[in-house]
Design a binder for this molecule. Sequence first.
Ligand code: FAD
Ligand code: DLZ
Length: 510
Amino acid sequence: MSKLLLLLGDQLDLNHPLFSSLDTSKDHVLMAELADEARYVPHNKHKIAFIFSAMRHVAKALKDKGFTVRYFDYQSTKGRWQSFDDILRHQLAQQPYRQLLLIEPGEHRVKAMFEQWQSDLNLEIKISPASHFFFSNELLKNWFADKRQPRMEHFYRFARQRTRLLMEDNKPVGGKFNFDHDNREPWQANTSVPEPRTFAPDDISAEVLTLVEKEFADNPGDLSQFALAVTAEQAKQALEDFIEKRLPDFGRFQDALSDDNALLFHSLISAYLNVGLLNPREVCEAAIEAYYHGHAPLNAVEGFVRQILGWREYVRGFYWYQGQNYADLNALAARRALPAWFWSAKLNMRCLAKAVDASLEQAYAHHIQRLMVIGSFALLAGLDVKAVCEWYLAVYIDAFEWVELPNTLGMALHADNGRLASKPYAASGRYINKMGDHCKHCIYDVNKMTGAKACPYNALYWQFIHRHQQRFESHPRMALMVSQWRKKSDQQQQAILQWSDKLLDDLEAL
Ligand code: FAD
Ligand code: DLZ
């Protein structure tokens, strides 16, 4: 009897060792485009199109290698098989299999489904680690298990030592692990940014784009701009283009904000990594090679490696370690409804409008837009944690729960009371003005605190400090802000609180 491998849409690494364990003459691979997966949040059209097209390309590549792939496209599953469970049971009813092969999924929801199958399918089930990460879930679990207060920086040192990346004679290259202090340059408006590599849709993608426009017409996303890599080969070209043209300046402008460029020197590879089209080791090694060839400085290369070997692995371990209840945390009792402009980008605050628009139309915003523009606003305004998390999961091309949830709930919203990030990323308009040039083009005045012209971040920032002063008065990194708030006169405090209340009462009007 044969084996059946169920391959999910974010498990598209053709180099996964499982493939070499399959007997192409009798084993099967099952892949399906399914309503439950495509609709658990209103995913951006780019994301659905990217995943369906990448899945179809992988299915084709497997067939070309001689594998038998049972591929169910959206038209064939629509109205018949909604979920992984439906399609699996359908396939198992077609013929007997000896073994079901699965790869560790990226969500508690799907893991629970796997566990259900282990208990109620009369079949041997083998679950293998995913191959598009450095570390197995087992290793990450063990690392977290013996830490009283896990922190990314500690994990990163462990990861550097374990992988030997950017290490020489057991010491970090350049004498220290972290060059972050060199990576905080504000934007310089006349800097020219190389255009990223784009990929014209081939016939497979063209068919998918038509399908997505028709079936997901109301979802966000402007597919006329679809130019993503959809195969491992294309993703590699996108990586090479980044290493050659943008990596050298990645570090210095890592935290910058620009009014006329939404991409800056970022790599734009997160989606390729997250579905397995790129392998994180190959990505880091390519960047490190650029350093040794004198093509990119150490601060850029180390900063880039830290994001992938450090943050990406850390949040994955963190997600699994925190368990399912993490998604219900709401430490700051944030429950305000999302303003409608989260789905339209129609608002006057320039930095927010630009970031929300890019997120909706192109399914992309860079880290500082996600954290310090949209995320910080949501934190200050006390927007509903679940609604914000759902928005992030829906709009971004790279959003899968294992990475989206810790970043949004933990890092941006501080709803886990500091389990992920030691302090809330709350900022006034001053930070946004310091890091970029949005404020120059904004109808609001970043130097004003109250009144119709004042930048809303300013009063909302102090209102946030006021609201949570008891919680943060002894916090090592927040106490200073609380004491600054308390030093303001009653009159100043009243004016700020009255104005911020007015803003909060009508967020739609921003
Ligand atoms: P670059 O800036 O070029 O960074 C290189 C790579 O580092 C990224 O491709 C990514 O793989 C990795 N990386 C960087 N920061 C992080 C991080 N904090 N966590 C995990 N990996 C990181 N990233 C996702 O992949 N999916 C998400 O759903 C997601 N949601 C986020 C939500 C919020 C509120 C915040 C603050 C961050 C989120 N991130 C998420 C992390 C980060 O913003 C994106 O990985 C990055 O913007 C993707 O663009 P890029 O490939 O150009 O990244
Ligand atoms: C995100 C996504 C979407 C939009 N569609 C599919 C799909 O139709 N079929 C599929 O196998 N996977 C899809 N995915 C990715 C899954 O949601 C992902 O595999 C789970 O969240 C587990 O990580």
